[in-house]
Design a protein around this ligand. Structure first.
Ligand code: GSH
Length: 231
């Protein structure tokens, strides 16, 4: 039997995920690797002091980067697609339209992450409330469009779940803030969040110290949210 050359290359090349210990986009890839039962090396870097070797690999200067042998792949959605293309245990639906729909939802998760970054960086109450409102509206949209349980597409865990699990993880800390009620009164979303939190691949995508590390990271932002965390 002749092996396809990609199979040979793929199995021989080391997979290294260049990461940041809190990065939600890194978590997507770590979750996918775990779901696919594929070992990888994880190298955490300090994004506040990016090493030159990292900047040489990552033109956008962002984590995650997946190094496959000598090739660097950047952008989490591209990394997820590469893992779909090369590893077994698919996390995308096989139907092209469904797959496209799932990709759209992954984009939506990225838009939510962008609002979350805006929320924790907002330096006054007004900006904070604008971001909070934008997030509330996006989550209300999710709530009305969730039609399956326990996961986004039903009993099968998919990449949409891998993209939303790191979104919900922020709220374990945000929910400790006074009057922070974005996810309350959204029962479908809450049960999806709970199911994701129980998933082993989701649990192992971050260190046990994640919540404390996130509080430290947010506390150092000098933002409206960090002032609320300290009180
Ligand atoms: N669109 C990118 C976003 C990645 C991203 O924003 N990563 C953040 C950390 S979570 C980063 O590296 N930020 C550093 C910077 O922007 O300087 C992806 O999906 O991979």
């Amino acid at each position: 039997m002749q092996l396809h050359s990609n199979e040979v290359t793929m199995t021989q090349q080391a997979l290294t995920l260049i990461s940041h210990h809190l990065c939600p986009y890194v978590q997507r890839a770590a979750i996918s690797f775990a779901e696919k039962n594929t070992p990888f090396e994880r190298v955490d870097i300090n994004l506040a002091k990016k090493p030159d070797w990292f900047l040489a690999l990552s033109p956008l200067g962002k984590t995650p980067v997946l190094q496959v042998g000598r090739t660097a792949i950047f952008e989490s959605s591209v990394i997820l697609e590469y893992l779909e293309d090369t590893l077994s245990a698919p996390l995308h639906p096989s139907d092209p339209l469904k797959r496209a729909e799932h990709r759209s939802w992954i984009e939506f998760a990225s838009a939510i992450l962008s609002d979350i970054a805006g929320l924790y960086a907002a330096d006054d109450f007004t900006k904070f409330e604008i971001k909070k409102d934008a997030l509330s509206k996006k989550f209300a949209y999710v709530e009305t469009h969730l039609t399956h349980a326990p996961y986004f597409a039903g009993t099968k865990f998919t990449l949409v779940d891998a993209a939303f699990a790191p979104v919900f993880r922020y709220f374990d800390v945000f929910d400790t803030l006074p009057d922070f009620d974005i996810l309350t009164a959204k029962p479908k979303l809450q049960s999806w969040r709970a199911a994701l939190a129980e998933r082993p691949s989701v649990k192992t995508a971050v260190a046990d110290t994640y919540n404390d590390d996130l509080i430290k990271f947010l506390g150092a932002k000098n933002s409206y949210l960090s002032s609320k965390l300290k009180t």
